[in-house]
Each structure stands twice: as structure tokens, then as C-alpha cells.
Design a protein around this ligand. Structure first.
Ligand code: G1P
Length: 297
């Protein structure tokens, strides 16, 4: 069986949910305090032993390339200023990966973005990690998914439970448990309304695919939102191959829409010892200020 060596990170989307902030700035570069979202995704992959990282980028995504590149001027400045700790951190980021960038010339959907990576991925299994979800236990999730792939040699997707009112934000699956924590996918639907959802198990933006997905993507017609959807191609893949699913543990931090992004920043701030106390104090003050406002007729 072929080993999983490569990961595809589709980062070419418009980020319409964050316009105008995303007009000139990729949403993948939004900071979670002082680290961009995309760096968390890359660190998760490195932690799971995946070093070949392929970004599917677009016209306005250059800051991502700069982030993982060497910035000699900045390094010189930090050296002269004697800022050793941050200099070390900057150098670490610059040497973290040897990325490959491939341009998606038209933003025709997530499925189309994955298909764009075919010339670089070739005929081997690969990971797809979406750039807007940070998993608390991401390394474990990816390592577990790779083990499932190594046992069965078939595609594997990560799932988490969502509130029934949120099924229209995710790809939703119908599954059958085959052993503890491992499922076989029976059906998939992209962003169904709660009445039409087959379950409350959502795809959480981490996938392992066999290369057959590329053939299916070539046949996939525009679906939800007029876009070529990865979920629709997976549904076709299901006709020829089993797809396994794995329910992840730990918290899911979605950074793909304003309210969840805000919650993610607060969660991470509360995790940091240097910020926790100040943030808590501020949150308490805000709560009491607004409670008073609401209570005052
Ligand atoms: C994409 C996928 C969807 C998945 C979601 C979260 O949607 O199409 O199936 O559940 O990511 O990983 P998006 O959030 O890009 O609209």
C-alpha cells in the first residue's frame, strides 16, 4: 500500500463571509492573537509527519507565500534590535516547510480546488486539510486517520457532532459504525437544512483520499451554490469505493465565519497564561456592563 506523504491545502477562496477584510488579505492569514490560522494547520500536518505541503492558491493569496518564506530585512531588524526570542520564532516559521504553490485560476469551488492539485499529487493517496478549522487534537486526529488508511487502504474523513440547527453550515453524512470510533459512510449531503439532514455528523475539514477522487471530481457538476463541491465527488466515489469516517475528539475551532472566529480568538486567549487574567477581567467587565444595560428599562 502507498504511504501518505502529501497534503493539499485549498486556500484560494474569496473569503466572502469576511469582506471587506478579505478584499486584499487572505482569511487564512487572520491572526489567532499572533499566529495566523494557516500556521496552525501546517503545524498539525508536521506533527502527524506530513512534510509535503501543496497550497492551492489564488491571485490575492501572496501573503501566505510570504509567511512561509525568509524575510531577511525583518530578521536583520530583529537582530539589530536584540529581539532574540521573536527572531528565533520568525526563523522557525521561515524554515518550517518547503511549500509547493499551485494556482487555481478560477474559484469554481472546493472540489475544483482539490482537482487543481492533481498534477502535483499524482497517483497516490493524499490528505486535504481545510484552512479555516483548527482542531484542538488535530495531530491525534490526523495520525488516527492515517492509521485507518494504512489498515484499509481507502479514503477516510473526519467527523464531529453539530447542533441540528447547524447542519446547513457543513457537509453532513449518514454512517454505520464498524468498530469503536470507526464508521463506514453510507451517504453525504452538502449543507442540508436541518429537516433534510441524514444525521448531525458533520465533515470537519480533514480528509484522506485515494487518487480515484480526481476522476470523480472531473465528472462532478456544479452543486450547492453553483460550485463544484468536494462532497458531491465523494458521493460518486462511494459508488466505487468504501469511505471510512472517524469521529474526532476535542474542540473544533471554526474560524470561517465572524462569530466562530471571535469565539476561537477568545478561547485561545484564555488558554494563554500571559493573557488569561486580563482577558477574563475584561470579559467580566463587559458582561456586567451589558447586563446593566439590559436590566435598565
Ligand atoms: C467545506 C465543505 C463542507 C465541510 C466544511 C467544514 O465547506 O464543503 O462539507 O463540512 O468545509 O470543514 P465551507 O466551510 O468551505 O463552506
Amino acid at each position: 500500500m502507498q504511504k501518505i506523504r502529501k497534503a493539499v491545502l485549498p486556500v484560494a477562496g474569496w473569503g466572502t463571509r469576511f469582506l471587506p477584510a478579505t478584499k486584499a488579505m487572505p482569511k487564512e492569514m487572520f491572526p489567532i492573537i499572533d499566529k495566523p490560522v494557516i500556521q496552525f494547520i501546517v503545524e498539525e500536518l508536521l506533527g502527524a509527519g506530513i512534510e509535503n505541503i501543496i497550497f492551492v492558491t489564488g491571485r490575492h493569496k501572496r501573503p501566505i507565500e510570504h509567511h512561509f518564506d525568509i524575510n531577511s530585512d525583518l530578521e536583520r531588524h530583529l537582530e539589530e534590535a536584540g529581539k532574540e526570542a521573536i527572531l528565533e520564532n520568525i526563523r522557525e516559521v521561515s524554515h518550517m516547510i518547503n511549500p509547493i504553490y499551485i494556482r487555481q485560476k478560477q474559484q469554481l469551488g472546493l472540489g475544483h480546488a482539490v482537482l487543481t492539485s492533481e498534477p502535483v499529487v499524482g497517483q497516490e493517496p493524499f490528505i486535504v486539510s481545510l484552512g479555516d478549522i483548527i482542531l484542538e487534537k488535530g495531530r491525534k486526529a490526523l495520525s488516527d486517520m492515517i492509521s485507518i488508511y494504512n489498515r484499509f487502504g481507502k479514503s477516510v474523513i473526519a467527523l464531529f457532532e453539530v447542533h441540528p440547527s447547524e447542519t446547513n453550515k457543513y457537509g453532513i453524512v449518514d454512517v454505520k459504525e464498524v468498530e469503536e470510533g470507526v464508521y463506514k459512510v453510507e451517504d453525504l449531503v452538502e449543507k442540508p437544512d436541518s429537516g433534510e439532514a441524514p444525521s448531525n455528523l458533520a465533515i470537519v475539514g480533514r480528509y484522506i483520499f485515494t487518487p480515484l477522487i480526481f476522476e470523480k471530481l472531473k465528472e462532478t457538476k456544479p452543486g450547492k451554490g453553483g460550485e463544484i463541491q468536494l462532497t458531491d465527488a465523494m458521493r460518486m466515489l462511494l459508488e466505487d469505493e468504501v469511505i471510512y469516517a472517524y469521529k474526532i475528539e476535542g474542540k473544533v475551532h471554526d474560524t470561517g465565519n465572524p462569530i466562530d472566529y471571535l469565539k476561537t480568538v477568545i478561547d485561545f486567549a484564555l488558554e494563554r497564561e500571559d493573557l488569561r487574567e486580563d482577558v477574563l477581567e475584561y470579559l467580566q467587565e463587559v458582561i456586567s456592563r451589558y447586563t446593566q444595560l439590559i436590566d435598565t428599562p
